[in-house]
Ligand binder design. Structure first.
Ligand SMILES: *[C@@H]1O[C@H](CO)[C@@H](O)[C@H](O)[C@H]1NC(C)=O
Length: 181
């Protein structure tokens, strides 16, 4: 194998290893998930031996079984529950991927809104809308294209009802503002 190709392959493998598993394998090692490992916050935490912390949505683990995998978030039944991640810098967001819980209660995510903006004073509720989750089948993976909405926070807001909010992974893709002409 020519050296250049070997080198490229090594780089691809390195990138693949450094990047945790994406919910969409085709993005593996190609796109950088801006949300992974970033600080996340949510309206409350469901009291349970399995800790449904907000950080479980950005842990790089796409497992969808709340009980078996223990890698999903889980709030209490809050009025208009919310979750958000702080990207640490302003990005133009191209896509957000949300992995729904796979072992039950998938319907709870119905109508959940993904929003992008620079303030979470109201937990993202009034930030520009990227899209709404409509496929609530168990373990569904929703990809929403945000048309380069700008912001340093990506939130999930369930409007108009009291609900449990749980997601198993949230991936955010985009580009740093300086990179754009
Ligand atoms: C919803 O998601 C499931 C699981 O990912 C998929 O099989 C199904 O085709 C989706 N339904 C629609 C209407 O997109």
């Amino acid at each position: 194998m020519p050296i250049a190709r070997t080198w490229l392959l090594a780089l691809a493998l390195l990138a693949g290893r450094g990047e945790a598993q994406s919910c969409r394998p085709e993005l593996q090692g190609i796109a950088h998930n801006l949300a992974k490992g970033r600080p996340a916050c949510q309206s409350s935490i469901y009291p349970h031996v399995i800790i449904g912390a907000a950080s479980k949505a950005v842990d790089g683990n796409c497992g969808g079984d709340w009980f078996k995998d223990g890698t999903c978030t889980h709030t209490q039944q809050d009025t208009e529950p919310w979750w958000y991640v702080d990207l640490g810098d302003q990005y133009a967001i191209s896509a957000v991927i949300v992995k729904n819980r796979g072992d039950g209660s998938g319907k709870r995510l119905e109508g959940a809104q993904i929003r992008v903006g620079d303030s979470v004073a109201d937990h993202g509720k009034s930030n520009p809308l990227c899209g709404t989750i409509t496929n609530t089948s168990l373990g569904s993976i929703t990809t929403l294209y945000c048309n380069w909405l700008k912001g340093s926070y990506v939130s999930i807001n369930i409007p108009g009802r009291a609900e449990y909010l749980h997601v198993c992974e949230v991936e955010v893709y985009g580009t740093k503002m300086e990179d754009q002409c």
